[in-house]
Structures are given as structure tokens and as C-alpha cells.
Design a protein around this ligand. Structure first.
Ligand code: AMP
Length: 524
């Protein structure tokens, strides 16, 4: 039970929603006219046919991922068009995906994976949807694009095949003093650390060792780990590139590569570093790309570095959609009234000072200023942003996670990827640069089947994103304030050559994330 008056808030919200629905009914509209419902009505199983490029011959040789599993035949050479399969809220697209060997892994037992590899899953009932669909493809050596949010179990979706890859390679070579065989690239240090925690834990029972390489900390221990021989390298592009240039990190034997949060990686200006790092890995490699959204620059990266026929697994929607367990409140206000309003909201949502509340701001300086303002007002608060030393970031996050300081100010460094339990409220003090980031930010609450609240300040400066925000609110059946509608509802949609209108881009008049110096741009 939330410590602020969640029920009161929900009933207040419901009452006004009911009023709205009644008004709509009077106008002769149905309640079920949301775009999502309409889509569900017209969608027929297996009928989704994304526009994809004409198939090229797959010249790349494949890598067997594990002895227990069959080696894949060259699917592209079998010709044929892409197929699409819908399984609940998961859509799989690609060539030969209906082949029996790619049937979803329904149970851990049916996976055929060794016991010691599955040890890390022993507290789980069954593979999560992304694991169930991704494992058969990855274990059979296929390149894969995963569109799935953090919390869906995606780390083990690529992590277990990565460990199987290492085990199978080690078995055939039995080398010691070894070079890494797998690489996982993450846009932020915190996400890299989180992946590394999962991989270290999972690798313990099967003897697969991982190291996390990220900036802001001393290189010494990272170099020692690399020298002692490591199987999987997880890290942020800047530090990995540094260590390669120093000659202490060799990726020449890496034949399994994961790009996690690929869209964020490009947003943060890591494109060149990513290209240069990928250039250091084996030319014959298996590529996995996870991304929460699928904008054009990510398509291009995928086209360049992946097999021409990757499998695509989409969990949920590729379109921009917010978690429906989050009640979204949007308040249009004047820039200068935000401090006062924030304090009032904290008095409402964080009265007990024991429940987790995450306040998002846009810039590092803004984070420092808001933190200071709240400190002066007697609030116990920590912050996480790119101007802080890594040990301060790690400390702030752990105080927030363990509940010692459940109020945290964060820039978008914390918007993606982090699996923070029980965040009850997200307050967007500043609206993010893209609506995608808005969806990710508010996705920090309402996790694991719980309800959450997001409260967002929207100002005149953000008007270019009003149309997209209205769509996100409507899709989730949330209240759209009249003041927001006044900014207009125009959304310009770009089309991708490869995927047509399958993806959402930011509005033409909205600031493009690339042009702005992101808070994490100094992430290495
Ligand atoms: P992600 O960040 O997407 O890797 O998701 C991580 C969360 O999902 C963690 O809390 C895991 O404990 C949980 N998780 C991973 N696999 C499963 C599974 N098969 N069943 C239930 N929870 C899982």
C-alpha cells in the first residue's frame, strides 16, 4: 500500500475519468475507441507483414552456440519472404521462424540447457516471453533484434545464450589465459553494472567469468581482471575503447556481441565508439541488438552490423506506449512555479519520507539546483547525474534502492534500464527531450504488476511535444488536460524505408535529442 493517499488519488482520477467517459457516451462515442482496441479488433493472427528489405544472400557463416543444440542451416539460402508470428503480446518476424527448432521455450526443462546454466533461473517459474522466444534463435546462432523494455527479463534473454556461447567455444578450444568471447555494450555505467551483476551471478554456477568496464572508476582493477582471463566483457563504449587503445583489452576473439539500449547509445553520441569497437571483434560473429524503440539510426546500425536476415522479437508494442499500470497526471504550468509546486507534490506524495519517489530533471545543473533547494527545505534527498563522480552515483543509487534515502533527483541517466524496485511516484520536474524518454521515465514506476503514479510538469517550452504526449495519454486512457490540448495535437510521423510507419519518430518541431548535450554525454 502506498504511503501517500494513492487510493484517494486514484478515485479522484477515476471520478473525473468516468465523467469524461459519460460525456463521450453522450456524444455517441464508445469507450472502446482507443487506437489499441481498434488495432486488436482488426489484427488477425499471423497477419502482420512488416515491410522489409528484399532478402540478400546470407554470406555470413553461423556460429554454433551450444553443443546440446542444433547448428542452424543457412536460412537466407532457403529463400522465401519474412514470416510473422504473433504469440500473445509478442510478435516475431523473420525468415524460417516457424521452423520447429525455433519453437518457443515454454519451460526451463524443455530448453535443453545444462542445469548449471539454469541455476540462475531457479527462482523463476518459467522463461519470460522474451526469453521464451529469443533463446531458440540465439542458441541456434541467429542474429536477433529485441524490442523489449527493462524488467522483461531481457538480460538473461541474451545472457544465457552468451554463456552457452562461451561454454561451447571453451570446450572446443580449452584455452587458458583467455581473451573475451562475448561483449555486451551498454549506454550507461549503471546499466552496465546491473547487467554485470546479473551475468556474474549467473556465471558463478557454470564457471563463466564477466568483467564490467566503465568510466569514472580506476582502470587498475579492470585491467587486472582482463589480464587474469575473462569470458564476457560488459561495459560502456568510452572505457572499452580506452582500454583497447591501451592494448589491454583484446576483442579479437569476441564472436557474440550484444548492444543493449541501442537507441539510447546512439542518442548519447556513442555511434563512432560503437563502430570502432565492433570493428575490433571477429568479422564472423553473432549480433544481438536490444532497443526499447526503433528509430531510423538504429535500423541503419542494424543493417550495417547484422546478418541481412535478423530475427525480430517485439514484446509489447513497437509504437510508443506507456505502461498502463501508471496513472499519468500532466500539469501545464509556468516555468517559475515549478519549485513551489514540486514541494507541494512532495508534501502530498512523500509525506512519510519512506516511499520511493523519483524526480526527473533534464540537465546536470538543474539536478544540483533542485537537490540544493530541497535540502534547504529539509528534505532528505540524493541525486544522480553526469557531474557526479562515479562513486557518488553508485552511492546515491544504492541509498535510493535500499530505502535509506527514498527521494532521488535524476537526469535521464536513470530513465532507462535500471531495475529499481517499488518506485511509487515519478515526478517529471522538466519534460524530457523526447516522448520516448517520457515513456521510459514514467516506466520506473508501476513495475512488477504494481500501480504507480507519474506527475509531469509541462511548460510552454515543451509545446513541440504536446501532440505526441496527448497520443500517449489517450492510448493509456488517461486524462488529457485542456491546457495541453491548447498547444495543438499535431504529430509529424516519419517513415522508415525499411519498416514503413512501424516506428515513431519525434515531432519535426521538437528538439532532436542528438543536438542537445545529454547529461550522460560524458559517460565513458
Ligand atoms: P531485465 O532488466 O529485463 O533483465 O529484467 C530483470 C528482472 O526480471 C529481474 O528482476 C529478474 O529477476 C526478472 N526476471 C528475469 N527472468 C525472469 C523470469 N523468467 N521470470 C520472472 N522474472 C524474471
Amino acid at each position: 500500500m502506498n504511503s501517500f493517499s494513492f487510493n484517494e488519488e486514484v478515485s479522484e482520477f477515476r471520478t473525473s475519468r468516468q465523467l469524461k467517459q459519460r460525456r463521450r457516451k453522450r456524444k455517441g462515442k464508445q469507450n472502446d475507441d482507443s487506437p489499441k482496441r481498434k488495432l486488436e479488433e482488426v489484427e488477425v493472427q499471423y497477419s502482420i507483414e512488416p515491410k522489409t528489405k528484399k532478402s540478400k544472400k546470407n554470406k555470413k557463416s553461423k556460429i554454433s552456440a551450444g553443443e546440446t543444440l542444433a547448428v542452424e542451416t543457412n536460412d537466407a539460402e532457403n529463400g522465401g519472404e519474412d514470416e510473422s508470428v504473433r504469440d500473445g503480446h509478442v510478435v516475431v518476424t523473420g525468415k524460417n521462424i516457424k521452423d520447429e527448432k525455433y519453437a518457443p521455450t515454454k519451460t526451463f526443462c524443455a530448453s535443453g540447457l545444462p542445469k548449471e546454466v539454469l541455476e540462475c533461473c531457479k527462482s523463476f517459474e518459467k522463461p519470460s516471453p522474451i526469453q521464451s522466444r529469443a533463446w531458440p534463435f540465439l542458441l541456434n546462432g541467429r542474429d536477433l533484434i529485441g524490442i523489449a523494455a527493462t524488467g522483461s527479463g531481457k538480460t538473461l534473454a541474451f545472457g544465457i545464450p552468451a554463456m552457452m556461447h562461451v561454454l561451447s567455444k571453451r570446450k572446443s578450444k580449452a584455452s587458458k589465459g583467455r581473451n573475451p568471447l562475448c561483449l555486451v555494450l551498454s549506454p550507461t555505467r549503471e546499466l552496465a553494472q546491473q547487467i554485470s551483476d546479473v551475468m556474474c551471478d549467473a556465471g558463478r554456477s557454470c564457471g563463466v567469468e564477466s568483467v564490467c568496464l566503465y568510466g569514472g572508476t580506476s582502470k587498475g582493477p579492470q585491467i587486472s581482471s582482463l589480464k587474469s582471463g575473462i569470458d564476457i566483457v560488459i561495459g560502456t563504449p568510452g572505457r572499452i575503447k580506452d582500454l583497447i587503445e591501451m592494448g589491454v583489452c583484446s576483442l579479437k576473439e569476441v564472436s557474440f556481441v550484444v548492444l543493449d539500449e541501442a537507441d539510447r547509445m546512439l542518442d548519447m553520441g556513442f555511434e563512432q565508439a560503437v563502430r570502432s569497437i565492433l570493428g575490433q571483434t571477429c568479422s564472423v560473429r553473432q549480433m544481438v541488438m536490444f532497443s526499447a524503440t526503433w528509430p531510423l539510426p538504429v535500423h541503419q546500425l542494424a543493417q550495417e552490423f547484422m546478418d541481412p536476415n535478423p530475427v525480430k522479437v517485439v514484446v509489447g508494442s513497437e509504437d510508443l506506449a506507456a505502461n498502463h499500470d501508471v496513472m499519468q497526471i500532466v500539469e501545464v504550468l509556468d516555468d517559475r512555479s515549478r519549485d513551489k509546486r514540486l514541494v507541494a507534490l512532495l508534501e502530498k506524495y512523500h509525506k512519510s519520507q519512506r516511499n520511493r519517489v523519483l524526480v526527473f530533471v533534464l540537465y546536470k545543473l538543474e539536478a544540483t539546483r533542485v537537490e540544493k533547494m530541497l535540502h534547504q527545505g529539509g528534505w532528505k534527498v540524493v541525486s544522480i547525474h553526469g557531474d557526479k563522480a562515479q562513486y557518488e552515483r553508485t552511492k546515491a543509487l544504492s541509498l535510493f534502492k535500499n530505502g535509506s534515502c527514498p527521494l532521488m533527483i535524476a537526469t535521464d541517466v536513470a530513465a532507462r534500464g535500471l531495475d529499481i524496485p517499488d518506485v511509487e511516484v515519478v515526478i517529471n520536474y522538466s519534460f524530457p527531450l523526447t516522448t520516448e524518454d517520457y515513456v521510459h521515465r514514467i516506466g520506473r514506476t508501476g513495475r512488477a504488476g504494481k500501480k504507480g503514479v507519474s506527475h509531469t510538469f509541462f511548460t510552454q517550452q515543451n509545446k513541440g511535444l504536446a501532440g505526441e504526449l496527448v497520443n500517449v495519454l489517450r492510448e493509456a486512457n488517461q486524462i488529457v488536460p485542456d491546457a495541453l490540448l491548447k498547444f495543438g495535437t499535431h504529430v509529424k510521423k516519419k517513415e522508415s524505408k525499411l519498416y514503413g510507419a512501424h516506428f515513431k519518430e519525434i515531432t519535426a518541431d521538437a528538439p532532436k535529442s542528438k543536438k542537445i548535450t545529454f547529461d550522460d554525454s560524458d559517460e565513458d
